[in-house]
Design a protein around this ligand. Structure first.
Ligand code: MN
Length: 231
C-alpha cells in the first residue's frame, strides 16, 4: 500500500541505540514484571511468599531512548521511580524452555518503570486495570542496549538508583524472585515472544516520589548508566 492511501503518516517503532553497534533496536512490545523483588513487594504491602510475580504492559510511546529529559506526566501528583534491568529479546519463540531461554536474549539495558502511583493505587482499590498508572507518555526512559557478547548474561550484580546524588534504591539482580530464564519461559507460554520485545524485570525496594528538577542516575553492574532529568 502506498503512503497516499494512509489517512496520516504512521508512527514507526521506537528505535533504541545499541552499544558499539551502528544499528538500532526496533521495539515491538514492552512487558513489565510486577513484584519481582521480595523487599519491594513487602514495601507495597504484599506478601511475596503468597503472591508470585505477574506481568503488565506499557505502550510504545512510553519509551525515551537514551534517557535524558522526561516531562513530569499529566494527571498525577505522585510520580514514582522504579529502577529496573531490561531484557531485550532478539530471537522469537513461544513455549520456551528455561534451559533455552537465554538463547533468545539480544542484550540488556537499564530503564525506569515510571509509575503514576496515585492512579495505580486508585485502580488497585477499585480492582481495575493498571494501565493509567503504568502506561503513559515518557513513562519508560532507558539506556542503549548492550549485546550479550559484550556484557554476558546478567544474573547477579548491584542495581541502584540515585536521586540528586542520594541513593534511593539499591538491590542485587540475584534477589529477583523470577530470574531471567524463568521470566522468558513463563511469558512465552502466554505470548509469542518476538524479536524487538523488551521485558522490564522488576524493581528493588526503595521506590519513592519524584519532583520536577530531580536528577536520576540508574546503575546496573556491567551496563552503562542511565541518566534522567525530570522537567
Ligand atoms: Mn516496575
Amino acid at each position: 500500500m502506498s503512503a497516499e492511501h494512509l489517512a496520516f503518516k504512521p508512527k514507526v517503532s521506537p528505535l533504541i541505540p545499541i552499544v558499539e553497534d551502528e544499528r538500532q533496536f526496533p521495539v515491538n512490545r514492552i512487558f513489565c514484571v510486577g513484584r519481582n523483588y521480595a523487599e519491594h513487594a513487602r514495601e507495597m504491602g504484599n506478601d511475596p511468599d503468597r503472591d508470585p510475580p505477574f506481568f503488565f504492559l506499557k505502550s510504545l510511546d512510553a519509551l525515551v531512548p537514551g534517557g535524558g529529559a522526561v516531562t513530569y506526566p499529566m494527571a498525577t501528583n505522585d510520580l514514582h521511580h522504579e529502577i529496573e534491568m531490561i531484557v531485550a529479546i532478539g530471537l522469537s519463540g513461544s513455549e520456551i524452555a528455561k534451559a533455552d531461554a537465554l538463547g533468545h536474549v539480544f542484550g540488556y539495558a537499564i530503564g525506569l518503570d515510571l509509575t503514576r502511583r496515585d492512579l495505580q493505587a486508585q485502580a488497585k482499590k477499585m480492582s481495575r486495570p493498571w494501565d493509567f498508572g503504568k502506561s503513559f507518555e515518557q513513562g519508560a526512559p532507558m539506556t542503549a542496549i548492550t549485546k550479550t557478547n559484550l556484557c554476558g548474561h546478567l544474573s547477579s550484580g548491584e542495581i541502584s538508583l540515585t536521586v540528586n546524588d542520594k541513593v534511593q534504591q539499591i538491590g542485587n539482580l540475584n534477589e529477583m524472585i523470577w530470574d531471567v530464564p524463568e521470566i522468558i519461559s513463563f511469558l512465552s507460554r502466554f505470548y509469542h515472544l518476538e524479536a524487538g520485545d523488551l521485558i522490564f524485570t522488576g524493581t528493588p525496594a526503595g521506590v519513592g516520589a519524584l519532583d520536577r528538577g530531580d536528577h536520576l542516575i540508574g546503575r546496573v553492574a556491567g551496563l552503562p548508566d542511565l541518566a534522567v532529568d525530570i522537567i
